[in-house]
Ligand binder design. Structure first.
Ligand SMILES: Cc1cc2nc3c(=O)[nH]c(=O)nc-3n(C[C@H](O)[C@H](O)[C@H](O)COP(=O)(O)OP(=O)(O)OC[C@H]3O[C@@H](n4cnc5c(N)ncnc54)[C@H](O)[C@@H]3O)c2cc1C
Length: 142
């Protein structure tokens, strides 16, 4: 499949760190629901700096669709796919830390894991999220 993104955008994205940018990705491989056509481009940042760079680059091309995603458990893509750039926040940005009785997590932390580690520390308040199959960023957004 031919990439139909502006070549200047592709050039800039290709300057991001190695292995964080993929083109012509079947959405069925990304989506919790295993459906969807082809995404023109998927960026999976492996650091906050890389995420900031990706957001800066994509903001320079407002005519190109951009969407931040987690596990796509609350998104349905059709067979047309996604003609733009998906920024996937996943395992590479999933740190969970505890300070006293407060939990801090990066947006890519897996929701059941946050609940589990909180439970292990005998913390209360997020029991209800233990069965939600997504990432904290998506949960907060929703
Ligand atoms: C079986 C099942 C049970 C569920 N139960 C619940 C429930 O009890 N309560 C509930 O609230 N939800 C529930 N959900 C909905 C959904 O799974 C959650 O909201 C989940 O946390 C979404 O996370 P995700 O990573 O899959 O997000 P996605 O589906 O990838 O994205 C959802 C939305 O958030 C945006 N988004 C994702 N990540 C980010 C980010 N880092 N920054 C900015 N925007 C972002 C996306 O653009 C999209 O609009 C359930 C879903 C399923 C399938």
């Amino acid at each position: 499949m031919k990439i139909s993104l502006p070549s200047a955008l592709v050039d800039k994205l290709n300057n991001l760190q190695e292995d964080v940018v993929s083109y012509c990705v079947p959405l069925s491989e990304l989506s919790y629901w295993k459906i969807g056509g082809i995404a023109q481009c998927v960026v999976e940042p492996n650091s906050i700096e890389c995420l900031q760079d990706a957001l800066k680059i994509t903001s320079e091309f407002p005519e190109v669709a951009k969407l931040i995603i987690g596990d796509c458990s609350n998104l349905l893509f059709d067979d047309e796919g996604f003609n733009g750039v998906l920024i996937k926040i996943g395992n590479e940005l999933s740190k969970i830390t505890f300070h006293g009785d407060e939990v801090y997590c990066e947006a890519g932390a897996w929701v059941p894991e946050v609940a589990y580690h909180s439970y292990r520390r005998e913390l209360s308040g997020i029991e209800h999220i233990c069965g939600i199959p997504g990432r904290i960023g998506g949960l907060v957004y929703m």
